[in-house]
Design a protein around this ligand. Sequence first.
Ligand SMILES: *[C@@H]1O[C@H](CO)[C@@H](O)[C@H](O)[C@H]1NC(C)=O
Ligand SMILES: *[C@@H]1O[C@H](CO)[C@@H](O)[C@H](O)[C@H]1NC(C)=O
Ligand SMILES: *[C@@H]1O[C@H](CO)[C@@H](O)[C@H](O)[C@H]1NC(C)=O
Ligand SMILES: *[C@@H]1O[C@H](CO)[C@@H](O)[C@H](O)[C@H]1NC(C)=O
Length: 404
Amino acid sequence: MILSCLHDVRLILVTSLAFFCAGMVKASPTLPPHGARSRPAEFPVVDVPSHLNPYPDKPRLTFSSSGTFKLTVFSDLHYGENPWDDWGPQQDANSTRLMRSVLAAEKPDYVVLNGDLITGENTFRENSTTLIDCTVVPLNEAKIPFSSTQGNHDNQRNITHLEEIQREQLDSYLSYTRTAPPGIGGEGGEGTYWVPVYEKATDLTPALILWFFDSRGGWSPGPTSAPLPDWVDATVAEWIKHETAVMEAGWDSVEKRERGALAFVHIPPHAIESVQKTLNTTVNPGLNADTLAQGSTQATADPSSAGNDQPFWDALNANIKNLHAVISGHDHGNEWCAREPSKDVIFCFDKHSGYGGYSSPGWGYGVRNIIFTSADPASGLETWILLEGGQTRARVTLDKNYDR
Ligand SMILES: *[C@@H]1O[C@H](CO)[C@@H](O)[C@H](O)[C@H]1NC(C)=O
Ligand SMILES: *[C@@H]1O[C@H](CO)[C@@H](O)[C@H](O)[C@H]1NC(C)=O
Ligand SMILES: *[C@@H]1O[C@H](CO)[C@@H](O)[C@H](O)[C@H]1NC(C)=O
Ligand SMILES: *[C@@H]1O[C@H](CO)[C@@H](O)[C@H](O)[C@H]1NC(C)=O
């Protein structure tokens, strides 16, 4: 029973996990996370609507005392390929090794799992969510708060985004993943939410909002499985307008301060496809080995859906102020950042982190690191690719002058 990534009673439910997350020790997910500091008890409770305090039972995420906030993004982990063969479980053991070594070396304040946590096509109805336990183990061990988006491979006949989110929430107190309100996100698109980050634990209002959007895709569950739309649903555009209005009304009445923002969505917005044609390796360094085509960006799997991610893309850029960047995975051979000219917004690819999922010799496996060196939303941030062996590349400073 020591060889399990499960916490307490659920051990009984999924003992087979011992074989799948082999070598993973039980970790307590109940300790306060690294990077998260509790609000002092004596601090006066400020009357902001409860809606603006979405994590009343979790520590507040804050910048460090020296004013930094560091994120590490694991993307496209693709756990669970061919469990009936040797190579699938070996890939997963490698992915877990990568997560552990990166977390130990980088000690980020927050981790994002940016979609395709598992390869749902290869999973079984009765135990597919046990793979989520495996993705959470290294985070529980390192005690680092995190949240996830879900990808097209996370919606399949035997698994759904909602099932993954609920399992993750059960697995870890450190998970800040939430679901969108009822009616928002469309079928298979529940993983849309935001996470506030405060400069200091005692601050009245946050300095940074992390936004997470569900770009759906994949297949609906069950025997009558059908393709799901591969774009962020138009209802999310309305939700963005609503949330930003509530934030402005609630927070700005308490304290007038600008907030920064960073957005994560698994499948890149369609507007990114044309950006690839104008890359300059000096300004936009990093692997550029995946030519964006049908299926690479939102609303392209079915040509008749062209333009369907536009309401989301418009609302995101019109309503979320001080948006530092939009960050996606999905295309494993791309690592670059570039400015999207029509919205004047920076886009970055992640780094393929999982040994599962498609790859090519020389691409390697790693993460995208992001560091804020100030809570001032006018100041830029630094980002770079870190490979499993420790090599770094494609370091850029994302600020108002980047890629003009
Ligand atoms: C696991 O990682 C090792 C060391 O990098 C590598 O040699 C091996 O091919 C990987 N195995 C799989 C199945 O990905
Ligand atoms: C889904 O799960 C069922 C039950 O374990 C299994 O028979 C089937 O092969 C799985 N995969 C798909 C794609 O249906
Ligand atoms: C899930 O169940 C299938 C079929 O019983 C088995 O082959 C597979 O190894 C199990 N996977 C996990 C992650 O427990
Ligand atoms: C790429 O950008 C660098 C730095 O701004 C510039 O010097 C160079 O001329 C650009 N290359 C091309 C082909 O535009």
